[in-house]
Design a protein around this ligand. Structure first.
Ligand code: BGC
Length: 337
């Protein structure tokens, strides 16, 4: 079968042919697979690992698939599914044992298409039923957004849980796919949403966000403008600067900022009862919530985020700066069948 591979011995991504996977409770016919910043970091060998004893990793963790064969009556052939990314650590730890692998305590978890397990940018895959979330057929065209939206749902959940008051104003840093999905999720929760990013004020992303009622800016808003901040821009400097925008009780959830040295206004955080939290991956509830949120959102907003490409263009997608500042392709998706 055709697959997008990371070759760890030659240290390069490539398209290749692999034997189809065998066994497994559920056999999946992969329909499409999204590309994100993690995939581009993987293709640059910033992190990631192939399965034990192998030198290649099938990339792809944002997948939509159809059940082709199944020994589980709850997932009959033809069911549309989105797989979870993370698999439990050996042991497993207290979090993994209760299904919250996203909160793994040992760090020995594995992730499909990222760390130690093959991903889904291939024609076929196998899985266990418990790792698959059924998706309504009506969502087929945008279901590739379920995985990134699950990350956003966890971030929103974390922010609300940590905020001791009634948050009403969300500031999102970054207008990549995750930033835009965070804006949509915020609107869905009834929050007033502002997005700050580098893309021009008259660019595609700014127009898309504004049409939905989101305020779009290229500079941070005034002090005290936000109850919640979701960082989806990768820049710790901007995240640190944005703390000045938080009202008392405010919460910043970091999703993509890199390790770096930035000034940290500890006393302001203390006096304002404010919180900074990190969040990664997502639990089963977040996948289900992502499916519900995407079902409730305006389909045209979601469809306009997606650019579909044939698998043979995958290397170009990985090399290119997607999302490019000001570029049109917000979420590049490769079709497998
Ligand atoms: C994925 C997460 C994953 C993380 C770190 C992200 O792109 O959406 O599910 O846990 O990368 O590997």
């Amino acid at each position: 079968m055709r697959a997008l591979l990371l070759d760890f011995s030659e240290r390069r991504p490539r398209l290749g042919d692999l034997p189809e996977p065998a066994g497994g409770e559920v056999r999946l016919r992969i329909l499409e697979c999204g590309t994100c910043g993690t995939d581009r970091d993987l293709a640059a060998f910033a992190f990631g690992a192939p399965p034990a004893g192998e030198s290649q990793l099938i990339l792809g963790h944002e997948a939509v698939a159809e059940v082709a064969a199944s020994s589980n009556p709850a997932l009959p052939p033809g069911t549309l599914v989105v797989p979870a990314v993370r698999r439990a650590c050996p042991g497993p730890c207290a979090s993994c044992a209760t299904g919250r692998r996203d909160l793994c305590l040992t760090g020995a978890y594995r992730e499909r298409g990222i760390l130690g397990l093959h991903g889904y940018c291939a024609e076929w895959a196998v899985d266990r039923a418990e790792d698959l979330f059924p998706v309504p057929r009506a969502l087929a065209g945008v279901a590739v957004l379920v995985e990134p939206m699950s990350v956003v749902e966890k971030a929103c959940d974390t922010a609300v849980r940590l905020h001791p008051g009634l948050p009403a104003r969300l500031l999102v840093l970054g207008a990549g796919a995750v930033g835009i999905l965070a804006a949509w999720a915020g609107l869905q929760r009834g929050w007033q949403v502002t997005v700050v990013s580098r893309e021009p004020e008259d660019g595609v992303r700014a127009r898309l966000l504004r049409a939905a009622g989101v305020t779009y800016r290229t500079t941070l808003p005034a002090a005290g403008a936000a109850d919640l901040i979701i960082e989806a821009c990768g820049a710790a400097e901007l995240a640190a600067a944005s703390l000045a925008c938080l009202r008392p009780l405010g919460v910043l959830v970091a999703l993509g900022a890199r390790n770096t040295t930035v000034p940290m206004p500890f006393l302001d955080l203390i006096v304002g009862n404010q919180t900074i939290a990190g969040s990664v991956n997502a639990g089963p509830e977040h996948f289900r919530q992502a499916i519900a949120t995407l079902t409730a959102l305006e389909p045209a907003w979601l469809r306009s985020m997606i650019e579909r490409r044939p698998l043979h263009r995958a290397l170009e997608s990985l090399a290119g700066p997607v999302p490019a500042p000001g570029g049109d392709a917000i979420k590049v998706v490769h079709t497998l069948h």
